[in-house]
Design a protein around this ligand. Sequence first.
Ligand code: G4P
Length: 534
Amino acid sequence: MSTELQTELQAAVERRRNFAIISHPDAGKTTLTEKLLLYGGAIHEAGAVKARRSQRKATSDWMEMEQQRGISITSTVLQFEYQGCQINLLDTPGHQDFSEDTYRTLAAADNAVMLIDAAKGLEPQTRKLFEVCRLRRLPIFTFVNKLDRPGREPLELLDEIEQELGLQTYAVNWPIGMGDRFKGVFDRCHQQIHLFERSAHGSREAKDTVINLGDPRIEALLEQDLYYQLKEELELIEGIGPELDLEQVHQGQMTPVFFGSAMTNFGVQLFLDSFLDYALKPYARNSSEGTIPLEYPEFTGFVFKLQANMDSKHRDRVAFVRVCTGKFEKDMTVNHARTGKIVRLSRPQKLFAQDRESIDVAYPGDVIGLNNPGVFAIGDTIYNGKKLEYEGIPCFSPELFAYLRNPNPSKFKQFHKGVTELREEGAVQIMYSVDEAKRDPILAAVGQLQFEVVQFRMQNEYGVETRLEALPYSVARWVTGGWDALDKVGRLFNTVIVKDNWGRPVLLFKNEWNLNQVMEDHPELKLSAIAPVV
Ligand code: G4P
């Protein structure tokens, strides 16, 4: 590699931070995203993301559903500069029915920000997504939101994270008061108090008044009880809490915790500043050829998401590729590991919310959108240099199952095409009965809305009206060891055997209780909630 390219790549990696936000709906992800963009100068007035969202609703096609329901299904990648760093925020769908999409997006992220509503603490969707982050050993940064409203005690929230998620916590800042009496936060690193000023919905950057802890003005600015409470709590966390250990943070064992209020912008800048310091830069990833170091000079990357018809003006599919090593250049040709074909990467796009902007170069940690003429599937590796494949992206256990019927035999071809394409795109998982006579695909989804999207798109894009026939299962487990392992255990009760799209055995159970029973009866049977990677 030329030394110029080496220097260019090093500088690019040094500058890059890439993350996704995980949260339960309503915790404030859209609001926080918007405020991060505001600080990054990517938008000038908060409200723009929501406005774009409604614009998108007006222009998109099958996304009519979004409009009808006022939810966000699609996810995009937001890129912005902040203090010399390039930040890639992998946005994820807000609706929990689309959590599978979020799981895949986390495969392309280097860090995760866990956003928690201070009044609610950990919620089901946060826990689920946290498990995916743990599996991937992602560093987790916690932002406790909505401090301007009455919430739970900060110490109690930290305790919940430690007890339930088994994560050590380190409070980077500490809140002073809460709700109506929210006065600001104490920045432990710089030993300074940031005073909170209520702004009208925080459409502009918050004015930040900073004073040192020893400043005599504090007594006049803070009510006495809050001042003493702060001192007491600080003594407590300093006395019993651990030191900030970045190595543990990077291994996903400790989470730096920030308190703030996204709506009023408070604490957002403090968070961003520390995040840039503490977050992992793009790092080496595992592949069939071992760990591929960042210094690897050739371009490599993998597809983590496909999206169809994002814009009716384009009527196309976009493959989102995470760049792992090397430099991406427009119009370059690469090898496609799964098919062995050579693909030309023309019309690359950078995506900011719904706007598409053509890009010429990209570096490790970046995400590019490629027009996908049917070549890419989720998990595909593209590379130059020696052949390699990055670890695939696992499918997670679906919770809803239904036969998808095609009542009109003359539409067989379109039906088949639609099902195949929607599966490839990851809109839904597909399974089949082991009974050859039952040929109809079984849709397997995380949320009901996924079924509706499939039916809607089958009708709108493939012209096939479909019928759905629900199946009474709620848990799926892949059999580790395949059919051989299954044959050895003999007859199983309380479960039905199906095969996934790759012909591998999957057990479906009515509920967790039935699953546990089978596991008790057959300790030799090894089951996994995550599909083996293809
Ligand atoms: P989501 O993407 O995670 O689903 O959440 P979103 O940002 O849409 O926020 C959910 C609700 O919580 C919104 O209220 C939002 O204004 C509010 N919110 C977000 N951050 C804060 C905060 O720091 N403090 C307070 N008090 N509220 C916050 P909404 O009534 O649903 O919408 P809107 O009318 O405010 O737009």
